[in-house]
Design a protein around this ligand. Structure first.
Ligand SMILES: Cc1cc2nc3c(=O)[nH]c(=O)nc-3n(C[C@H](O)[C@H](O)[C@H](O)COP(=O)(O)O)c2cc1C
Length: 171
């Protein structure tokens, strides 16, 4: 199973649109699931270990994954707090350790959120998570159709290639 994680909690998230498009491009036989519980995670506090049901569900979803796809926006030149918080919950428990991971960042700006990605690479390296590919989607709004679906052929191809790489690495 490939688990997709969106760094944005926004309903109309462009990063979520990318993850939905990636799901339609998953190679045959690949189970693909978008994790929907990020917003339910409380602020990480080691005193609260092992954490409430939302944390257990997050850890279980990661445990079941053979590969991970993260798509995130950049907030104030860094990764969103919700995403860092979710990662903090599994630093000690280790469910992400060794899981092949692809990082995508999307932004309406020209830099494509690359600074969030730079941070993520650092954090995932500290967590022993192998990042097998990274790419940015700059000027993302122009790549979406009226219903928020990904329309840009090059972006769709990039997502399909990333899913294939993840499926191969997960084998
Ligand atoms: C508080 C805040 C800070 C932001 N900071 C950045 C930034 O540093 N770099 C950037 O490229 N975009 C920044 N943006 C714009 C986001 O990239 C944009 O809102 C994007 O669409 C969010 O991703 P989403 O569509 O997946 O929700 C910021 C947006 C907000 C609300």
């Amino acid at each position: 199973m490939i688990l997709a994680i969106c760094g944005s909690l926004q309903r109309t998230s462009s990063n979520l649109a990318l993850l939905r498009a990636a799901g339609t491009a998953a190679p045959p036989g690949t189970v693909y699931q978008i994790f929907e519980g990020l917003a339910a995670l409380p602020a990480f506090n080691p005193d609260d270990e092992p954490g409430p049901a939302s944390v257990l569900a997050w850890r279980e979803a990661l445990r079941a994954a053979q590969g991970v796809l993260i798509s995130t926006p950049e907030y104030a030149h860094g990764m969103p707090g919700a995403l860092k918080n979710a990662l903090d919950w599994v630093v000690g428990s280790g469910e992400l350790v060794g899981k092949p991971t692809v990082l995508v960042s999307a932004s309406p700006g020209a830099t494509g959120g690359v600074r969030a990605q730079v941070q993520l690479v650092q954090v995932l390296s500290a967590m022993d998570v192998p990042v097998i590919e990274t790419f940015t989607v700059p000027l993302v709004r122009g790549k979406l159709g009226p219903d928020g679906e990904v329309r840009d052929a090059a972006t769709l191809k990039r997502l399909a290639d990333a899913l294939s790489a993840l499926a191969r690495a997960a084998d």
